[in-house]
Design a protein around this ligand. Structure first.
Ligand code: UDX
Ligand code: UDX
Ligand code: ADP
Length: 467
């Protein structure tokens, strides 16, 4: 029988759960949406004027729906008990210890949330896996739910991976390329799928809602991220060839992207990809391939991550080489700490790796990012407290502006493509730098010729020094 969704609970108020369910609330005024999290500070921030994540357009969405049909709470049990449909949107980081350490996903948070659902539910629920998870996770969620459910409660599991990119999350959610829903091909699975479809149908055209089997859905998410990351590693590998030959990676990428079989997006060479998804999902795929006794497949995907590591260290080494083979005691400005522009998220950000390279060479580093807090930068530099901060402190200054960070710097290193870096007063910066003054453009975003005219020596990824 068709199920009408009236109340939704979202477990996990992070980068995925927060924006996704806020948009669902905005677009579905007849559905009550409650987003819950164990983290009280995070929930308090969602209920304040200072949201816990920076995402263009998010404030407006939250303001429009909060208190009407959108609620943020730490009362996980109540929200679960009331809901017809539950999104599970908790974190699934890469395991740090035990079997599969460094590769497999840590599903502990997911399983705890799943157990909670089983224990608290007094009625049947649709449980939707939103977090990116390894293939067949839905199956284990189902086992946990069935083994722990109360009499008369049944659970239908759906996989509904989220494809939003940070920085454009709201635009992506308003007009997704596709919404993917995976379900068991049983009658109750298909009914559950239909129920979730009717939620999205409030604003997504039906032909953009794809319905597939559970495992295809789970694998599609890993596949999409792996293939996107692979494009970047491919273009970054070519950027090394460009630097050695005098070809220009932007010209090459443009020519390649004009082929309609290829497409022009996602071909920007860079200092390396970051973010919470790409590396994690590829390593998941590597682990899955190995578990399936497919070592060649595992090796193929692992190379995408290895190329990314190479790109980051290659760029850091280039800075050292260019500064006459030593940066010890030299002042180096890092512009941008987030893993891409328009987000305050720093997970796996290449800037962290670059800074660590510079620190190991005993440089003096200044950092400026328009959205990342000083405390976050320290968490990143100390690996969340695993590394003592004291030895690093004398070498690090976190600045309030790009101008301040660049003052008297021997090298300026662009790690994130924030728009404001394009329009800095570069002549003024140059006036305050020792000579020769170097700019290293890790994002191919600055006007190289204009900077050279001012007097800077400019080093750009994927551009030979001879041009
Ligand atoms: C990614 C996927 O795009 C999204 O569909 C999925 O849901 C989550 O993972 P996200 O990590 O938020 O999204 O950002 P994305 O725009 O994909 O960028 C990832 C990294 O690749 C960033 O560090 C970015 O700077 C880098 N990148 C991206 C490049 O270096 N070159 C490009 O051409 C594109
Ligand atoms: C290729 C390039 O497409 C073309 O631009 C270049 O000028 C020459 O090389 P070609 O080798 O003639 O052209 O054929 P193409 O259609 O690219 O197919 C190459 C191989 O890939 C074939 O064996 C084809 O069967 C295979 N292929 C292609 C797939 O297996 N899957 C696909 O999705 C596409
Ligand atoms: P993502 O980028 O996938 O959204 P985040 O780390 O930003 O990941 O968000 C995940 C959120 O899920 C965190 O705020 C975390 O506190 C929350 N969370 C984890 N486990 C549970 C749980 N069992 N119940 C409620 N919230 C949880």
């Amino acid at each position: 029988a068709p199920i009408t969704v009236k109340k939704i609970c979202c477990i996990g108020a992070g980068y995925v759960g927060g924006p996704t369910c806020a948009v669902i609330a905005l677009k579905c005024p007849n559905i009550q949406v409650t987003i819950v999290d164990l983290n009280q500070a995070r929930i308090d921030a969602w209920n304040s004027d200072n949201l816990p994540i920076y995402e263009p357009g998010l404030d407006d969405v939250v303001k429009a729906a909060r208190g009407k049909n959108l609620f943020f709470s730490t009362d996980v049990d109540k929200a679960i008990a009331e809901a017809d449909l539950i999104f599970v949107s908790v974190n699934t980081p890469t395991k740090k210890t035990g079997i599969g350490a460094g590769f497999a996903a840590d599903l502990n948070y997911l399983q705890l949330a799943t157990r909670r659902i089983a224990e608290v539910s007094n009625s049947s629920k649709i449980v939707v896996e939103k977090s990116t998870v390894p293939c067949r996770t839905a199956e284990s969620m189902r086992t946990i739910l069935e083994a722990n459910s109360k009499p008369g409660c049944t659970f239908d599991i759906l996989s509904n991976p989220e494809f939003l990119a940070e920085g454009t999350a709201i635009a992506d959610l308003f007009a997704p390329d596709r919404v993917l829903i995976g379900s068991l091909q049983t009658q109750s699975g298909l009914d559950a799928c239909e129920a979730l479809m009717s939620v999205y149908s409030n604003w997504v055209p039906r032909e953009r809602i794809l319905t597939v089997g559970l495992w295809s859905s789970e694998l599609s998410k890993l596949a999409a991220n792996a293939m996107l990351a692979q494009r970047i590693s491919s273009v970054n590998a070519l950027s090394a060839i460009c630097e050695a030959t005098g070809a220009n990676i932007d010209e090459v990428a443009y020519a390649v992207g004009k082929d309609s079989r290829m497409g022009s997006k996602f071909l920007k060479a860079s200092v390396g990809f970051g973010g919470s998804c790409f590396q994690k999902d590829i390593l998941n795929l590597v682990y899955l391939s190995e578990s399936l006794h497919l070592p060649e497949v595992a090796r193929y995907w692992r190379a995408v991550v290895e190329m990314n590591e190479h790109q980051k260290s290659r760029f850091a080494r280039k800075v050292v080489d260019t500064l006459f083979n030593t940066i010890t005691g030299k002042k180096i400005a890092i512009l941008g700490w987030a893993f891409k522009k328009d987000t305050g998220d720093t997970r796996e950000s290449p800037a962290i790796t670059i800074a660590n390279h510079f620190l190991s060479e005993k440089a003096r580093i200044t950092v400026y990012d328009p959205q990342v807090t000083e405390s976050q930068i320290w968490l990143d530099l100390t690996d969340y407290g695993a590394i003592p901060a004291e030895p690093i402190k004398p070498h690090m200054t976190i600045c309030e502006s790009a101008l301040e960070a660049c003052h008297n710097a021997e090298a300026i290193v662009i790690c994130t493509e924030w728009d404001e870096f394009k329009t800095l007063d570069w002549a003024k910066i140059y006036a305050n730098c020792p000579r020769p003054a170097f700019v290293f453009d890790g994002r191919l975003m600055l006007d190289r010729k204009a900077l050279q005219k001012i007097g800077f020596s400019v080093v750009t990824i994927g551009t030979g020094d001879r041009v």
